[in-house]
Design a protein around this ligand. Structure first.
Ligand code: HEC
Ligand code: HEC
Ligand code: HEC
Length: 449
Protein backbone atom coordinates (compact mmCIF):
# COMPACT_ATOMS: atom_id res chain seq x y z
CA UNK A 1 0.00 0.00 0.00
CA UNK A 2 2.89 2.30 -0.61
CA UNK A 3 0.88 4.71 -2.66
CA UNK A 4 -1.80 4.97 -0.06
CA UNK A 5 0.66 5.94 2.64
CA UNK A 6 2.22 8.53 0.40
CA UNK A 7 -1.15 10.00 -0.37
CA UNK A 8 -2.05 10.08 3.28
CA UNK A 9 0.97 12.18 4.10
CA UNK A 10 0.26 14.76 1.46
CA UNK A 11 -3.43 15.13 1.75
CA UNK A 12 -4.44 14.08 5.20
CA UNK A 13 -5.24 17.59 6.24
CA UNK A 14 -7.16 18.63 3.17
CA UNK A 15 -10.85 18.48 2.66
CA UNK A 16 -10.39 15.75 0.07
CA UNK A 17 -8.92 13.53 2.72
CA UNK A 18 -12.26 12.11 3.66
CA UNK A 19 -13.00 10.66 0.28
CA UNK A 20 -9.44 9.68 -0.26
CA UNK A 21 -9.33 7.76 2.94
CA UNK A 22 -12.42 5.86 2.04
CA UNK A 23 -10.84 4.92 -1.18
CA UNK A 24 -7.78 3.72 0.65
CA UNK A 25 -9.98 1.09 2.17
CA UNK A 26 -9.60 -0.95 -0.94
CA UNK A 27 -8.38 -4.42 -1.12
CA UNK A 28 -6.09 -6.24 1.17
CA UNK A 29 -6.23 -9.66 2.57
CA UNK A 30 -5.68 -11.85 5.54
CA UNK A 31 -3.11 -14.21 6.77
CA UNK A 32 -2.52 -17.57 5.14
CA UNK A 33 -2.67 -19.85 8.09
CA UNK A 34 -5.17 -19.39 10.79
CA UNK A 35 -3.93 -21.41 13.72
CA UNK A 36 -5.62 -21.93 17.02
CA UNK A 37 -8.53 -23.67 18.63
CA UNK A 38 -11.00 -23.03 15.83
CA UNK A 39 -13.08 -26.00 14.74
CA UNK A 40 -12.22 -25.73 11.08
CA UNK A 41 -9.50 -24.30 8.90
CA UNK A 42 -10.88 -22.10 6.12
CA UNK A 43 -10.34 -24.81 3.51
CA UNK A 44 -11.96 -27.50 5.66
CA UNK A 45 -15.03 -25.36 6.09
CA UNK A 46 -15.06 -24.37 2.42
CA UNK A 47 -15.06 -28.03 1.41
CA UNK A 48 -17.19 -29.52 4.21
CA UNK A 49 -20.09 -31.35 2.57
CA UNK A 50 -23.47 -29.63 2.90
CA UNK A 51 -25.78 -32.30 4.37
CA UNK A 52 -28.55 -33.67 2.12
CA UNK A 53 -30.98 -33.34 5.01
CA UNK A 54 -31.21 -29.57 4.55
CA UNK A 55 -34.42 -28.56 2.79
CA UNK A 56 -32.43 -26.27 0.46
CA UNK A 57 -29.35 -28.48 0.22
CA UNK A 58 -28.86 -27.99 -3.52
CA UNK A 59 -29.06 -24.22 -3.25
CA UNK A 60 -26.72 -24.12 -0.24
CA UNK A 61 -24.22 -26.35 -2.05
CA UNK A 62 -24.20 -23.99 -4.99
CA UNK A 63 -23.75 -21.12 -2.55
CA UNK A 64 -20.79 -22.84 -0.95
CA UNK A 65 -19.09 -22.99 -4.31
CA UNK A 66 -19.89 -19.34 -5.03
CA UNK A 67 -18.46 -18.31 -1.66
CA UNK A 68 -15.27 -20.06 -2.78
CA UNK A 69 -15.34 -18.18 -6.10
CA UNK A 70 -15.76 -14.91 -4.15
CA UNK A 71 -12.84 -15.76 -1.84
CA UNK A 72 -14.96 -14.46 1.02
CA UNK A 73 -13.00 -16.27 3.70
CA UNK A 74 -9.69 -14.51 2.96
CA UNK A 75 -11.03 -11.29 4.40
CA UNK A 76 -13.53 -12.70 6.85
CA UNK A 77 -11.05 -14.57 9.02
CA UNK A 78 -8.44 -13.33 11.47
CA UNK A 79 -5.36 -15.16 12.63
CA UNK A 80 -6.37 -17.98 14.94
CA UNK A 81 -10.02 -17.09 14.51
CA UNK A 82 -12.89 -19.05 13.07
CA UNK A 83 -13.38 -18.85 9.31
CA UNK A 84 -16.09 -16.33 8.38
CA UNK A 85 -16.19 -14.91 11.91
CA UNK A 86 -14.28 -11.82 10.72
CA UNK A 87 -12.10 -9.60 12.86
CA UNK A 88 -9.35 -9.15 10.32
CA UNK A 89 -8.26 -5.53 10.39
CA UNK A 90 -7.73 -4.03 6.97
CA UNK A 91 -5.10 -1.35 7.22
CA UNK A 92 -5.81 1.94 5.54
CA UNK A 93 -3.92 5.21 5.58
CA UNK A 94 -6.45 6.61 8.00
CA UNK A 95 -7.16 3.76 10.27
CA UNK A 96 -8.23 0.17 10.54
CA UNK A 97 -11.48 -1.36 9.38
CA UNK A 98 -12.44 -4.80 10.65
CA UNK A 99 -14.23 -7.42 8.60
CA UNK A 100 -17.56 -8.37 10.18
CA UNK A 101 -18.75 -11.76 11.34
CA UNK A 102 -20.66 -13.46 8.52
CA UNK A 103 -21.31 -16.78 10.24
CA UNK A 104 -24.90 -17.82 10.99
CA UNK A 105 -24.77 -16.41 14.53
CA UNK A 106 -27.98 -14.47 15.01
CA UNK A 107 -26.54 -11.98 17.44
CA UNK A 108 -23.10 -11.14 16.04
CA UNK A 109 -23.25 -12.66 12.56
CA UNK A 110 -25.75 -12.57 9.70
CA UNK A 111 -28.02 -15.38 10.93
CA UNK A 112 -31.04 -13.09 10.88
CA UNK A 113 -30.37 -11.48 7.53
CA UNK A 114 -33.04 -11.81 4.88
CA UNK A 115 -32.19 -12.51 1.23
CA UNK A 116 -33.15 -8.91 0.45
CA UNK A 117 -30.73 -7.54 3.00
CA UNK A 118 -27.92 -9.75 1.79
CA UNK A 119 -28.58 -8.84 -1.83
CA UNK A 120 -28.54 -5.18 -0.88
CA UNK A 121 -25.10 -5.59 0.73
CA UNK A 122 -23.56 -7.49 -2.16
CA UNK A 123 -25.24 -5.59 -4.96
CA UNK A 124 -25.46 -2.05 -3.59
CA UNK A 125 -22.96 -1.93 -0.70
CA UNK A 126 -25.60 -1.16 1.93
CA UNK A 127 -25.93 -3.09 5.21
CA UNK A 128 -28.99 -4.41 7.05
CA UNK A 129 -29.43 -1.11 8.86
CA UNK A 130 -29.38 0.86 5.60
CA UNK A 131 -25.84 2.18 6.19
CA UNK A 132 -23.36 2.31 3.37
CA UNK A 133 -20.62 -0.29 3.58
CA UNK A 134 -17.03 0.72 2.92
CA UNK A 135 -15.70 -0.40 -0.45
CA UNK A 136 -13.23 -2.57 1.44
CA UNK A 137 -15.97 -5.10 0.74
CA UNK A 138 -15.53 -5.38 -3.02
CA UNK A 139 -19.14 -4.58 -3.83
CA UNK A 140 -18.12 -2.65 -6.96
CA UNK A 141 -17.31 -6.14 -8.29
CA UNK A 142 -19.86 -8.22 -6.42
CA UNK A 143 -22.61 -6.03 -7.83
CA UNK A 144 -22.32 -8.09 -11.04
CA UNK A 145 -23.35 -11.30 -9.27
CA UNK A 146 -26.88 -12.45 -10.02
CA UNK A 147 -29.71 -12.36 -7.51
CA UNK A 148 -29.90 -16.15 -7.64
CA UNK A 149 -26.20 -16.42 -6.81
CA UNK A 150 -26.54 -14.00 -3.91
CA UNK A 151 -29.48 -15.98 -2.55
CA UNK A 152 -27.48 -19.19 -2.83
CA UNK A 153 -24.52 -17.68 -0.97
CA UNK A 154 -26.74 -16.56 1.88
CA UNK A 155 -28.30 -20.02 2.02
CA UNK A 156 -24.81 -21.46 2.42
CA UNK A 157 -23.59 -18.89 4.93
CA UNK A 158 -26.55 -19.82 7.10
CA UNK A 159 -25.24 -23.40 7.26
CA UNK A 160 -21.94 -22.22 8.73
CA UNK A 161 -21.78 -23.01 12.44
CA UNK A 162 -22.62 -19.89 14.42
CA UNK A 163 -19.65 -18.19 16.04
CA UNK A 164 -20.47 -15.60 18.66
CA UNK A 165 -17.81 -12.99 18.09
CA UNK A 166 -17.85 -9.25 17.71
CA UNK A 167 -14.97 -7.76 15.77
CA UNK A 168 -13.44 -4.66 17.37
CA UNK A 169 -14.84 -1.29 16.42
CA UNK A 170 -13.23 0.31 13.39
CA UNK A 171 -10.48 2.77 14.16
CA UNK A 172 -11.33 5.50 11.71
CA UNK A 173 -11.04 9.15 12.62
CA UNK A 174 -13.67 11.73 11.74
CA UNK A 175 -14.96 12.21 9.06
CA UNK A 176 -14.11 8.76 7.75
CA UNK A 177 -16.09 7.11 10.49
CA UNK A 178 -19.19 8.71 9.05
CA UNK A 179 -20.63 6.19 6.65
CA UNK A 180 -22.42 8.94 4.85
CA UNK A 181 -19.05 9.80 3.26
CA UNK A 182 -19.26 6.64 1.22
CA UNK A 183 -22.23 8.05 -0.62
CA UNK A 184 -19.89 10.61 -2.17
CA UNK A 185 -17.53 7.92 -3.36
CA UNK A 186 -20.41 5.88 -4.75
CA UNK A 187 -21.75 8.89 -6.55
CA UNK A 188 -18.42 9.33 -8.30
CA UNK A 189 -17.41 5.76 -8.97
CA UNK A 190 -20.14 3.23 -8.37
CA UNK A 191 -23.30 2.24 -10.15
CA UNK A 192 -25.17 -0.88 -9.06
CA UNK A 193 -24.88 -3.19 -12.06
CA UNK A 194 -27.83 -4.27 -14.17
CA UNK A 195 -28.25 -8.05 -14.47
CA UNK A 196 -25.22 -9.56 -16.21
CA UNK A 197 -25.67 -9.88 -19.96
CA UNK A 198 -23.79 -12.34 -22.12
CA UNK A 199 -21.77 -10.63 -24.84
CA UNK A 200 -23.10 -11.68 -28.22
CA UNK A 201 -20.60 -13.40 -30.51
CA UNK A 202 -18.57 -14.75 -27.59
CA UNK A 203 -18.66 -18.37 -26.45
CA UNK A 204 -20.48 -19.58 -23.36
CA UNK A 205 -17.09 -20.22 -21.76
CA UNK A 206 -15.90 -16.68 -22.48
CA UNK A 207 -19.08 -15.28 -20.95
CA UNK A 208 -18.75 -17.46 -17.87
CA UNK A 209 -15.17 -16.21 -17.53
CA UNK A 210 -16.33 -12.60 -17.87
CA UNK A 211 -18.96 -13.16 -15.18
CA UNK A 212 -16.43 -14.58 -12.72
CA UNK A 213 -13.53 -12.21 -13.43
CA UNK A 214 -15.68 -9.06 -13.30
CA UNK A 215 -18.02 -10.26 -10.58
CA UNK A 216 -17.46 -12.60 -7.66
CA UNK A 217 -13.83 -13.34 -8.58
CA UNK A 218 -13.13 -9.59 -8.20
CA UNK A 219 -9.83 -10.01 -10.07
CA UNK A 220 -9.81 -6.35 -11.12
CA UNK A 221 -10.01 -5.24 -7.50
CA UNK A 222 -6.29 -6.00 -7.37
CA UNK A 223 -5.24 -6.26 -11.00
CA UNK A 224 -6.77 -3.01 -12.35
CA UNK A 225 -4.81 0.20 -11.70
CA UNK A 226 -6.54 2.64 -9.37
CA UNK A 227 -6.91 6.41 -9.53
CA UNK A 228 -6.10 8.72 -6.62
CA UNK A 229 -9.44 7.88 -5.05
CA UNK A 230 -8.72 4.18 -5.36
CA UNK A 231 -11.40 3.57 -7.96
CA UNK A 232 -10.58 1.64 -11.13
CA UNK A 233 -8.88 3.75 -13.78
CA UNK A 234 -11.08 3.94 -16.82
CA UNK A 235 -9.97 1.96 -19.86
CA UNK A 236 -7.19 0.17 -17.97
CA UNK A 237 -8.97 -3.03 -17.02
CA UNK A 238 -6.52 -5.65 -15.64
CA UNK A 239 -3.40 -3.70 -16.61
CA UNK A 240 -1.78 -4.29 -13.22
CA UNK A 241 -2.37 -2.76 -9.79
CA UNK A 242 -0.28 -1.81 -6.79
CA UNK A 243 -1.07 -3.14 -3.37
CA UNK A 244 0.72 -4.04 -0.20
CA UNK A 245 4.06 -2.84 -1.60
CA UNK A 246 3.61 -5.49 -4.25
CA UNK A 247 2.31 -5.71 -7.78
CA UNK A 248 -0.74 -7.52 -9.02
CA UNK A 249 0.62 -7.98 -12.53
CA UNK A 250 -0.83 -7.01 -15.86
CA UNK A 251 -3.25 -9.75 -16.98
CA UNK A 252 -3.85 -8.41 -20.49
CA UNK A 253 -2.37 -9.88 -23.65
CA UNK A 254 0.87 -7.89 -23.33
CA UNK A 255 3.65 -10.35 -24.26
CA UNK A 256 6.15 -8.97 -21.69
CA UNK A 257 4.18 -7.78 -18.71
CA UNK A 258 0.93 -9.64 -19.30
CA UNK A 259 -0.30 -13.09 -20.22
CA UNK A 260 0.48 -12.80 -23.95
CA UNK A 261 2.99 -15.64 -23.79
CA UNK A 262 0.94 -17.80 -21.41
CA UNK A 263 -1.33 -20.51 -22.82
CA UNK A 264 -4.78 -21.14 -21.38
CA UNK A 265 -3.29 -24.31 -19.88
CA UNK A 266 -0.60 -22.21 -18.14
CA UNK A 267 -3.26 -19.97 -16.61
CA UNK A 268 -5.40 -22.89 -15.48
CA UNK A 269 -2.43 -24.66 -13.89
CA UNK A 270 -1.34 -21.49 -12.06
CA UNK A 271 -4.80 -20.90 -10.63
CA UNK A 272 -5.28 -24.57 -9.74
CA UNK A 273 -1.88 -25.32 -8.20
CA UNK A 274 -0.13 -21.98 -7.58
CA UNK A 275 2.59 -22.86 -10.06
CA UNK A 276 3.25 -23.57 -13.68
CA UNK A 277 6.21 -23.67 -16.04
CA UNK A 278 6.48 -19.86 -15.87
CA UNK A 279 5.68 -18.57 -12.40
CA UNK A 280 4.83 -19.40 -8.80
CA UNK A 281 2.35 -17.63 -6.64
CA UNK A 282 3.29 -15.33 -3.76
CA UNK A 283 2.02 -12.14 -2.16
CA UNK A 284 -1.68 -11.58 -1.73
CA UNK A 285 -2.44 -13.87 -4.68
CA UNK A 286 -1.55 -16.69 -2.29
CA UNK A 287 -4.86 -16.52 -0.45
CA UNK A 288 -6.70 -16.20 -3.75
CA UNK A 289 -5.15 -19.47 -4.92
CA UNK A 290 -5.34 -21.35 -1.62
CA UNK A 291 -8.88 -20.40 -0.65
CA UNK A 292 -10.47 -19.71 -4.01
CA UNK A 293 -9.08 -20.64 -7.41
CA UNK A 294 -7.50 -23.97 -6.36
CA UNK A 295 -10.98 -25.06 -5.24
CA UNK A 296 -12.77 -23.96 -8.41
CA UNK A 297 -13.90 -26.43 -11.06
CA UNK A 298 -11.71 -27.10 -14.07
CA UNK A 299 -14.49 -25.73 -16.28
CA UNK A 300 -14.54 -22.40 -14.45
CA UNK A 301 -10.74 -22.09 -14.50
CA UNK A 302 -10.82 -22.79 -18.23
CA UNK A 303 -13.50 -20.12 -18.63
CA UNK A 304 -11.40 -17.58 -16.72
CA UNK A 305 -8.36 -18.44 -18.85
CA UNK A 306 -10.29 -18.08 -22.10
CA UNK A 307 -11.64 -14.72 -21.04
CA UNK A 308 -8.22 -13.46 -19.89
CA UNK A 309 -6.55 -14.63 -23.10
CA UNK A 310 -8.99 -12.44 -25.02
CA UNK A 311 -8.02 -9.19 -23.26
CA UNK A 312 -6.28 -6.76 -25.62
CA UNK A 313 -2.64 -6.00 -24.84
CA UNK A 314 -1.78 -3.02 -22.66
CA UNK A 315 0.38 -0.56 -24.61
CA UNK A 316 4.06 -1.54 -24.98
CA UNK A 317 6.45 0.35 -22.72
CA UNK A 318 9.42 2.18 -24.22
CA UNK A 319 12.57 1.21 -22.38
CA UNK A 320 15.97 2.84 -22.69
CA UNK A 321 19.10 0.67 -22.62
CA UNK A 322 20.24 -0.07 -19.09
CA UNK A 323 23.63 1.11 -17.89
CA UNK A 324 26.26 -1.43 -18.96
CA UNK A 325 28.16 -1.24 -15.67
CA UNK A 326 24.97 -1.93 -13.68
CA UNK A 327 24.20 -4.91 -15.91
CA UNK A 328 27.71 -6.30 -15.35
CA UNK A 329 27.44 -5.91 -11.58
CA UNK A 330 23.96 -7.43 -11.69
CA UNK A 331 25.20 -10.43 -13.63
CA UNK A 332 27.85 -11.15 -11.01
CA UNK A 333 25.33 -10.88 -8.19
CA UNK A 334 22.89 -13.12 -10.04
CA UNK A 335 25.57 -15.73 -10.52
CA UNK A 336 26.55 -15.58 -6.87
CA UNK A 337 23.18 -15.25 -5.12
CA UNK A 338 20.47 -16.50 -7.46
CA UNK A 339 21.76 -19.01 -9.95
CA UNK A 340 21.94 -21.88 -7.46
CA UNK A 341 18.14 -22.07 -7.66
CA UNK A 342 17.17 -20.15 -10.79
CA UNK A 343 20.13 -21.54 -12.80
CA UNK A 344 22.39 -19.78 -15.26
CA UNK A 345 20.47 -18.31 -18.14
CA UNK A 346 17.43 -17.93 -15.89
CA UNK A 347 16.23 -21.40 -16.90
CA UNK A 348 15.01 -22.31 -13.42
CA UNK A 349 13.42 -25.66 -12.61
CA UNK A 350 9.81 -25.41 -13.63
CA UNK A 351 7.34 -25.73 -10.74
CA UNK A 352 10.10 -25.66 -8.11
CA UNK A 353 12.32 -22.65 -8.85
CA UNK A 354 10.51 -20.48 -11.36
CA UNK A 355 12.37 -19.71 -14.58
CA UNK A 356 13.31 -16.04 -14.73
CA UNK A 357 13.82 -15.96 -18.47
CA UNK A 358 10.83 -14.03 -19.80
CA UNK A 359 9.38 -13.73 -16.28
CA UNK A 360 6.35 -11.42 -16.33
CA UNK A 361 6.63 -10.47 -12.67
CA UNK A 362 10.21 -9.25 -13.19
CA UNK A 363 9.15 -7.17 -16.20
CA UNK A 364 6.29 -5.20 -14.62
CA UNK A 365 6.90 -1.53 -15.35
CA UNK A 366 6.70 -0.75 -11.65
CA UNK A 367 9.42 -2.91 -10.03
CA UNK A 368 7.93 -2.83 -6.51
CA UNK A 369 6.90 -6.50 -6.54
CA UNK A 370 10.31 -7.62 -7.74
CA UNK A 371 12.19 -5.48 -5.20
CA UNK A 372 9.85 -6.64 -2.43
CA UNK A 373 10.44 -10.28 -3.33
CA UNK A 374 14.23 -9.95 -3.44
CA UNK A 375 14.33 -8.10 -0.11
CA UNK A 376 11.74 -10.13 1.77
CA UNK A 377 11.85 -13.50 0.01
CA UNK A 378 8.72 -15.42 -0.86
CA UNK A 379 6.86 -18.62 -0.35
CA UNK A 380 4.80 -20.44 -2.94
CA UNK A 381 1.34 -20.87 -1.48
CA UNK A 382 0.18 -24.44 -0.96
CA UNK A 383 -2.75 -25.80 -2.95
CA UNK A 384 -4.50 -29.14 -2.40
CA UNK A 385 -2.67 -30.67 -5.36
CA UNK A 386 0.67 -29.08 -4.37
CA UNK A 387 0.69 -29.09 -0.58
CA UNK A 388 4.39 -28.46 0.04
CA UNK A 389 5.35 -24.79 0.15
CA UNK A 390 8.61 -23.71 -1.48
CA UNK A 391 10.56 -20.72 -0.32
CA UNK A 392 12.83 -18.11 -1.71
CA UNK A 393 15.15 -16.66 0.95
CA UNK A 394 15.20 -13.00 1.93
CA UNK A 395 18.18 -11.06 0.63
CA UNK A 396 17.62 -7.90 2.66
CA UNK A 397 20.54 -8.73 4.94
CA UNK A 398 22.87 -9.76 2.15
CA UNK A 399 22.41 -7.27 -0.67
CA UNK A 400 22.59 -3.50 -0.19
CA UNK A 401 20.35 -1.10 -2.07
CA UNK A 402 22.66 -0.73 -5.06
CA UNK A 403 23.26 -4.48 -5.34
CA UNK A 404 19.54 -5.21 -5.15
CA UNK A 405 18.88 -2.58 -7.82
CA UNK A 406 21.61 -4.00 -10.05
CA UNK A 407 20.42 -7.59 -9.90
CA UNK A 408 16.85 -6.40 -10.53
CA UNK A 409 17.97 -4.35 -13.54
CA UNK A 410 19.87 -7.39 -14.80
CA UNK A 411 16.84 -9.68 -14.51
CA UNK A 412 14.67 -7.12 -16.27
CA UNK A 413 17.01 -6.84 -19.23
CA UNK A 414 18.49 -10.30 -19.78
CA UNK A 415 17.49 -13.36 -21.78
CA UNK A 416 15.13 -11.38 -23.96
CA UNK A 417 13.43 -9.47 -21.13
CA UNK A 418 13.06 -5.71 -21.27
CA UNK A 419 11.90 -3.35 -18.52
CA UNK A 420 13.02 -0.01 -17.03
CA UNK A 421 16.18 -0.12 -14.90
CA UNK A 422 15.85 -0.06 -11.11
CA UNK A 423 17.68 2.55 -9.02
CA UNK A 424 19.11 2.23 -5.52
CA UNK A 425 16.67 4.91 -4.34
CA UNK A 426 13.70 2.73 -5.24
CA UNK A 427 15.17 -0.13 -3.21
CA UNK A 428 15.91 2.15 -0.25
CA UNK A 429 12.35 3.38 -0.27
CA UNK A 430 10.94 -0.17 -0.37
CA UNK A 431 13.29 -1.25 2.41
CA UNK A 432 11.94 1.56 4.59
CA UNK A 433 8.34 0.62 3.87
CA UNK A 434 8.81 -3.06 4.57
CA UNK A 435 8.87 -4.19 8.08
CA UNK A 436 10.14 -7.63 7.36
CA UNK A 437 8.54 -9.08 10.44
CA UNK A 438 5.07 -7.58 10.32
CA UNK A 439 2.69 -7.04 7.46
CA UNK A 440 1.46 -3.57 6.77
CA UNK A 441 -1.51 -5.07 5.05
CA UNK A 442 -3.58 -6.20 7.91
CA UNK A 443 -3.83 -6.09 11.64
CA UNK A 444 -4.45 -9.64 12.51
CA UNK A 445 -6.90 -10.35 15.26
CA UNK A 446 -8.30 -7.27 16.79
CA UNK A 447 -8.40 -9.24 20.02
CA UNK A 448 -5.09 -8.13 21.43
CA UNK A 449 -5.82 -4.42 21.30
C1 HEC B 1 -11.26 -7.77 0.31
C2 HEC B 1 -11.86 -8.19 1.54
C3 HEC B 1 -13.27 -8.77 1.49
C4 HEC B 1 -13.73 -9.78 0.68
C5 HEC B 1 -13.00 -10.53 -0.41
C6 HEC B 1 -15.09 -10.01 1.09
N1 HEC B 1 -15.43 -9.17 2.12
FE1 HEC B 1 -17.23 -9.04 3.02
N2 HEC B 1 -16.64 -7.37 3.98
C7 HEC B 1 -15.34 -6.92 4.06
C8 HEC B 1 -15.29 -5.78 4.95
C9 HEC B 1 -14.04 -5.01 5.34
C10 HEC B 1 -16.61 -5.53 5.37
C11 HEC B 1 -17.08 -4.42 6.30
C12 HEC B 1 -17.41 -3.19 5.51
C13 HEC B 1 -17.93 -2.11 6.41
O1 HEC B 1 -17.89 -2.24 7.65
O2 HEC B 1 -18.40 -1.10 5.88
C14 HEC B 1 -17.42 -6.56 4.74
C15 HEC B 1 -18.80 -6.67 4.93
C16 HEC B 1 -19.56 -7.74 4.50
C17 HEC B 1 -20.95 -7.91 4.79
C18 HEC B 1 -21.82 -6.99 5.65
C19 HEC B 1 -21.89 -7.58 7.03
C20 HEC B 1 -22.42 -6.67 8.08
O3 HEC B 1 -22.57 -7.14 9.23
O4 HEC B 1 -22.64 -5.48 7.81
C21 HEC B 1 -21.35 -9.09 4.22
C22 HEC B 1 -22.72 -9.72 4.25
C23 HEC B 1 -20.18 -9.62 3.55
N3 HEC B 1 -19.10 -8.78 3.73
C24 HEC B 1 -20.17 -10.80 2.84
C25 HEC B 1 -19.13 -11.19 2.01
C26 HEC B 1 -19.22 -12.27 1.06
C27 HEC B 1 -20.42 -13.17 0.89
C28 HEC B 1 -18.03 -12.30 0.39
C29 HEC B 1 -17.62 -13.21 -0.75
C30 HEC B 1 -18.52 -13.26 -1.86
C31 HEC B 1 -17.20 -11.24 0.95
N4 HEC B 1 -17.89 -10.60 1.93
C32 HEC B 1 -15.91 -10.97 0.54
C33 HEC B 1 -14.26 -7.43 3.38
C34 HEC B 1 -14.33 -8.40 2.39
C1 HEC C 1 -6.02 -9.66 -3.32
C2 HEC C 1 -5.51 -9.23 -4.57
C3 HEC C 1 -5.69 -10.14 -5.77
C4 HEC C 1 -6.85 -10.67 -6.27
C5 HEC C 1 -8.26 -10.52 -5.73
C6 HEC C 1 -6.47 -11.42 -7.44
N1 HEC C 1 -5.12 -11.35 -7.64
FE1 HEC C 1 -4.05 -12.32 -9.09
N2 HEC C 1 -2.33 -11.65 -8.30
C7 HEC C 1 -2.22 -10.78 -7.23
C8 HEC C 1 -0.82 -10.57 -6.95
C9 HEC C 1 -0.24 -9.71 -5.84
C10 HEC C 1 -0.09 -11.34 -7.90
C11 HEC C 1 1.43 -11.49 -8.00
C12 HEC C 1 1.82 -12.80 -7.38
C13 HEC C 1 3.29 -13.06 -7.36
O1 HEC C 1 4.07 -12.12 -7.47
O2 HEC C 1 3.68 -14.23 -7.20
C14 HEC C 1 -1.09 -11.99 -8.73
C15 HEC C 1 -0.75 -12.84 -9.79
C16 HEC C 1 -1.67 -13.39 -10.68
C17 HEC C 1 -1.32 -14.15 -11.85
C18 HEC C 1 0.10 -14.47 -12.33
C19 HEC C 1 0.58 -13.35 -13.21
C20 HEC C 1 2.04 -13.39 -13.53
O3 HEC C 1 2.41 -12.67 -14.48
O4 HEC C 1 2.84 -14.06 -12.84
C21 HEC C 1 -2.50 -14.51 -12.45
C22 HEC C 1 -2.66 -15.33 -13.73
C23 HEC C 1 -3.57 -13.98 -11.63
N3 HEC C 1 -3.04 -13.31 -10.56
C24 HEC C 1 -4.91 -14.12 -11.93
C25 HEC C 1 -5.94 -13.68 -11.08
C26 HEC C 1 -7.34 -13.95 -11.32
C27 HEC C 1 -7.88 -14.72 -12.51
C28 HEC C 1 -8.02 -13.39 -10.28
C29 HEC C 1 -9.50 -13.43 -10.01
C30 HEC C 1 -10.10 -14.74 -9.96
C31 HEC C 1 -7.05 -12.77 -9.40
N4 HEC C 1 -5.80 -12.96 -9.92
C32 HEC C 1 -7.38 -12.10 -8.23
C33 HEC C 1 -3.26 -10.24 -6.50
C34 HEC C 1 -4.60 -10.58 -6.64
C1 HEC D 1 17.03 -21.14 -2.44
C2 HEC D 1 16.51 -20.99 -3.76
C3 HEC D 1 16.38 -19.59 -4.32
C4 HEC D 1 17.33 -18.59 -4.44
C5 HEC D 1 18.78 -18.65 -4.00
C6 HEC D 1 16.70 -17.50 -5.12
N1 HEC D 1 15.40 -17.80 -5.39
FE1 HEC D 1 14.09 -16.63 -6.41
N2 HEC D 1 12.63 -17.99 -6.08
C7 HEC D 1 12.78 -19.19 -5.42
C8 HEC D 1 11.48 -19.81 -5.25
C9 HEC D 1 11.18 -21.13 -4.57
C10 HEC D 1 10.56 -18.92 -5.84
C11 HEC D 1 9.04 -19.05 -5.86
C12 HEC D 1 8.60 -18.40 -4.57
C13 HEC D 1 7.35 -17.70 -4.66
O1 HEC D 1 6.38 -18.27 -5.13
O2 HEC D 1 7.38 -16.55 -4.23
C14 HEC D 1 11.31 -17.81 -6.37
C15 HEC D 1 10.75 -16.76 -7.07
C16 HEC D 1 11.46 -15.74 -7.67
C17 HEC D 1 10.89 -14.76 -8.56
C18 HEC D 1 9.41 -14.67 -9.00
C19 HEC D 1 9.20 -15.54 -10.21
C20 HEC D 1 7.73 -15.70 -10.55
O3 HEC D 1 7.26 -15.08 -11.51
O4 HEC D 1 7.04 -16.46 -9.89
C21 HEC D 1 11.89 -13.88 -8.88
C22 HEC D 1 11.77 -12.68 -9.79
C23 HEC D 1 13.08 -14.34 -8.19
N3 HEC D 1 12.78 -15.48 -7.48
C24 HEC D 1 14.32 -13.72 -8.23
C25 HEC D 1 15.43 -14.13 -7.50
C26 HEC D 1 16.66 -13.37 -7.41
C27 HEC D 1 16.92 -12.05 -8.08
C28 HEC D 1 17.51 -14.09 -6.61
C29 HEC D 1 18.90 -13.73 -6.18
C30 HEC D 1 19.07 -12.45 -5.55
C31 HEC D 1 16.81 -15.30 -6.22
N4 HEC D 1 15.56 -15.29 -6.77
C32 HEC D 1 17.35 -16.30 -5.43
C33 HEC D 1 13.94 -19.72 -4.97
C34 HEC D 1 15.15 -19.06 -4.92
Amino acid sequence: MSRRFKIAGVLASTAGAGLLGLAGLALSQGSMTASGPQAYTPTQLETRPVPDSLPNAAQARRGQYLVVVGDCVSCHVRDGGDPFAGGLGLNTPFGVIYSPNITSDKETGIGNWTPNQFYHAMHDGVDDGGHNLYPALPYPNFTHASRADDDAMLAYLKTIPPVNYNPPANKLPFPLNVRFMIKGWNLLFFRPAPPFQDTAGKSAQWNRGAYIVNGLGHCGACHTPKNLLEADRKGQFLRGGELDNWLAPDLTGNPRTGLGAWSTADIVEYLKTGRNARAQVAGSMSEVVSYSTSLMTGADLQAIAIYLKDQPSSPPVTVTDPDAAAMKRGEAIYSDACSSCHLEGGDGQARYFPPLKGDTMAQQTNPDGLIHLILAGGRTAPAPSRPTPLSMPSFAWKLDDQQTADVATYLRNSWGSRAPAVGAGQVASMRRKLDLETSYLTVNSGDHF
